[in-house]
Design a protein around this ligand. Sequence first.
Ligand SMILES: C[S@@+](CC[C@H](N)C(=O)[O-])C[C@H]1O[C@@H](n2cnc3c(N)ncnc32)[C@H](O)[C@@H]1O
Length: 358
Amino acid sequence: MLMRYWGRKPLELIDKIMNNVHGTVIDPFGGGGTIVFSALRHDNKAIYLDINPYAWLVTFVNVVSIDPKEFEEKSKEVLENVYLESVFSLHNDYLYYPNGKFFWKRRNADRITEFFSRENFMKLFSILKSIDKVESETEVKIALYAAFCSSLFTSSRMKRRNSGSWGVPSYWVPKEHEEVNAEDAFKMSVKRFSSYFRRNKGYELNVDVKLLIGNALAFNYPDQSIVFTDPPYFDEIQYMELSFFYWAWLRESNFKKVIREVLGYEPEFRISDEIIVNPNRGVTFDKYMETLKAFIIKVSKVNSKYLLFHYDNDKLREKVIKIVKENWTRIKVDDFEIVKQRKIGPRGGKKYLLVSSP
Ligand SMILES: C[S@@+](CC[C@H](N)C(=O)[O-])C[C@H]1O[C@@H](n2cnc3c(N)ncnc32)[C@H](O)[C@@H]1O
């Protein structure tokens, strides 16, 4: 996969389950797109949904067919037309929720702007504005915004020496950081993206795969479909909060307008609709469980259902099985353990539960 996303599930595990799945697969908690990717390469059609526009962007470049030649030409144009803008901060980029409480995973910074040196900030802002001006196919333009996002961490003060990715899922500036020059970081991303687009033909948008942004609880699931999903569950990875790092930049650009062309509507960044335990937002474990139950009930009429759960304690496992048993018929329970799974946070686990009603 081209772009990373938190909480991605092992493709081998999903492929194994997908071998027995045939039809239109809907993943309403789509994340980085592993499930739709697997569904597509097993010759199914797929519908992806996620509340988080950044997850949508990651999935877009991971699965959609993008012309590498046009992408390369347009990224050259972006760099040639960079006009250095004297802008020094992003609008309303503070790390807090609408209720005034700080982000749960904020450590030692107050706003996104602080993660960039003044020089890199101006360069990044100018690259973003140059992308806005490029005229190209919508898919290519979206890929340019994605390449921009993919260069943000590397050009930020979060980047440590000898480590290129956002390993710890929190906002922090390590004492010894070593950010890369923003233009070089963008060039590196472009190179990686074009080599991925050359190697992977991708799938056709709205023919093979539909990509949507929205709330899984507000979606109308056709009875004759397959829901295969991996809901979020614990508080170590605050997807929306972390994605704000990218969103604070993207919303300064024409990104929303551009993706409206493929979505048919302008996306919103609604942290309040995210299903996740979060003490600062007042979402307790019980509240989270209630919402998860509402989802399980909502999809109960769907013909075929697969709920994958990456859990860290047996009590949670029992609770999920109990809720599903009360609301679905013909339940099957399978357990998996992925030995090489990377541990995320103190409570990260290696165990997976699959509750299905195939
Ligand atoms: C565990 S991740 C999915 C990871 C994905 N299976 C993968 O392998 O990349 C869960 C996703 O659910 C999304 N999510 C949380 N609340 C949601 C909601 N109400 N509606 C839709 N998506 C939601 C999060 O943004 C996150 O991307």
